[in-house]
Design a protein around this ligand. Structure first.
Ligand code: T3D
Length: 262
């Protein structure tokens, strides 16, 4: 663990790098220091060979309450400049990372915090997690990717309703709506997240990186483009040692071993 004073805490176990937003007294509302540090940590995890999966979670009872509203007045940047300098690089770093990112939503995720919660490759929620597209409460527009991602998850109309009314989505509704993959009890959440992330970390890292790349590109492209891209990426996957190991393990009727001393 790095300094307990830090706005982002970082720890690594069994190939899983856990990045914890650490402003619990503000429900981890994001100030510039937090956003820049988180982006830096995500990018650093991407180039660290000891990291196979990144988990993003929050300290205390919140995941992230969005922009720190105490930090806005007196700012010498426009909203556009601010988003381009802080939130947008973070969301791009997560979506562009060649490693799976798990958002472990331990409590309320509001505003840009909701965008952050949604943008993980895998979204795990605790039973007391809650997502709020809170922007309209302060007469702002959803940002940090929410207008792109939420309608793809729930459809235009449900997304508009959630955004217009800033309705609170609890864990069971989040699961039903496809905003998360799994819900775990509060008491065992951290252990359940670590166990899930370790399962992911044992999977073939190179193949998952290519899979993430293909899925992200497919979200905005045509079927034709996806077919061509799959054919190209399959070559990269098929030429990698992971593929040989997977096939050999199948033939030898044993579990494949995808983690090597890299
Ligand atoms: O570039 C730009 O600036 C534009 C980008 C915008 C991105 C955005 O995210 S806009 C949306 C900003 N976020 C909000 O509007 C959320 C505001 N917070 C809330 O609505 C509520 O706090 C919650 C629904 C998230 C949680 O409610 P509750 O009742 O569980 O907790 P609470 O009592 O309201 O909050 C606990 C403390 O955290 C409290 O401080 P205190 O009174 O104990 O000293 C509260 O002020 C603080 N806090 C919560 N959210 C924020 C915050 N402080 C600063 N900024 C916050 N966003």
């Amino acid at each position: 663990m790095t300094s307990s004073e830090a706005v982002i805490l970082s720890s690594t176990r069994a190939g899983v790098r856990t990045l914890t937003l650490n402003r619990p007294e503000r429900l981890n509302a994001a100030n510039d220091a937090l956003l820049l540090a988180l982006t830096e940590e995500v990018l650093a995890a991407g180039t660290d060979p000891g990291v196979r999966v990144v988990v993003i979670t929050g300290a205390g009872r919140g995941f992230c309450a969005g922009q720190d509203l105490g930090d806005v007045s007196g700012r010498d940047m426009t909203f556009t400049e601010h988003l381009q300098a802080t939130y947008n690089p973070l969301i791009r770093a997560i979506r562009g990372l060649d490693k799976p990112v798990v958002t472990a939503v331990n409590g309320v995720a509001a505003g840009a915090g909701a965008s952050l919660a949604l943008c993980g490759d895998i979204r795990l929620w605790s039973a007391s997690a809650m997502l709020i597209e809170v922007f309209s409460n302060i007469a702002l527009v959803p940002d940090s990717g929410s207008t792109w991602l939420l309608p793809r998850l729930v459809g235009y109309h449900r997304a508009f309703e959630l955004m217009a009314l800033a309705e609170r989505v609890g864990a069971q509704d989040g699961l039903r709506l496809g905003l998360c993959e799994h819900v775990y009890p509060d008491e065992t959440f951290a252990a359940d997240v670590q166990a899930y992330a370790e399962r992911l970390a044992a999977r073939p890292a190179h193949a998952l990186a290519l899979t993430k790349r293909a899925l992200n590109a497919a979200l905005t492209g045509t079927l034709d483009e996806a077919l061509d891209r799959e054919a190209e990426l399959q070559q990269l996957a098929g030429d990698h040692w992971e593929h040989l190991e997977g096939v050999t393990a199948f033939k030898e009727k044993r579990a494949a071993e995808f983690v090597r001393g890299e």
